[in-house]
Design a protein around this ligand. Sequence first.
Ligand SMILES: O=P(O)(O)OC[C@H]1O[C@H](O)[C@H](O)[C@@H](O)[C@@H]1O
Length: 328
Amino acid sequence: MDKLVAQFPKQIADAIEIASRSDFSFYKNKAFQNVVICGMGGSGIGGKMVSQLFENQASLPIILTQSYEVPGFVNEHTLVIGSSYSGNTEETLAAVEMAKQKGATIVGVSSGGDLAQFCKDNHYDFVKLPGGNPPRSMLAFSAVQLINILSKARIIDANAIDTFAKCRHLLNEELISIKDEAKKLAKHLYGKQCIFYADSDLEFVAIRARQQINENSKRLCWHHVIPEMNHNELVGWAGGDNAFAAVFFVSQFMSDRNKKRTELSQEIIGKKTKHVLSIHGKGKSIIEESFYFIHIIDWASLFLADQMDIDPVEVRVIDYLKSTLDKA
Ligand SMILES: O=P(O)(O)OC[C@H]1O[C@H](O)[C@H](O)[C@@H](O)[C@@H]1O
């Protein structure tokens, strides 16, 4: 897993290369009214990332769905993107099948599996990713392909992918500080109940933190966002103590009001636990900044696993669940 995380900056370039070779026809003579991305876990996070990062710029609503179904509004004017790294995740496969029944335009993104076959059988456009790795380690690949599909359809800026190229440079330039921050974060989380907070525009960053600590470090944790947590979870901190470690991802692009809310939340939480850490963003755009945060998170989840002498790769409990479901 260390090798895969170290390759994250390079994966961005490799993913752009795959995107540049993709030859699509799905958008020709189509006037889409909405977009639905279907994806779970390590593939779903790419959909969440893209739907949030391009929310203000996109000409259409972009929704992520993480279940066996697509929303009721899906019809022949909907673009549905099925994103599953293995191509075999049953929720995603059921959702794209339902989208097909509703006459939606479908594009698949996977390394193969049943999703590849489904796209082949139905003559849907398909992007093939390099296979053989845990889906969560291939986020750059799935996110870049989603961006490429959306920009090809002119739903987002045609040059959106260029911003991703800049992320690679930022991650390479900042590697030492990224690893230092990740070590600090892992130390902060060790032996405690982890809670991640981010501005609501960057919820996917906090979700990525939760997912990576769950799967790589095998720890329970949760996340919430500013400002919504100010209306409920902050009160729950009445029961908080030093067993909890709070982490705030502080974006440079946060509104002044949310900045103030973050500071006040930190002050209030700081009265309950001495373990409150802020991680400040770097980068010239929110896209660069989110890749910066994600690289810190990914490394931290491995450092934490190492401190606990845990194998970050195995997800035996998910394998057990899936095989039991298969027999049911
Ligand atoms: O990207 P996919 O192949 O659809 O996988 C989605 C998810 O499936 C399983 O639950 C894996 O254990 C997760 O790690 C993965 O993120």
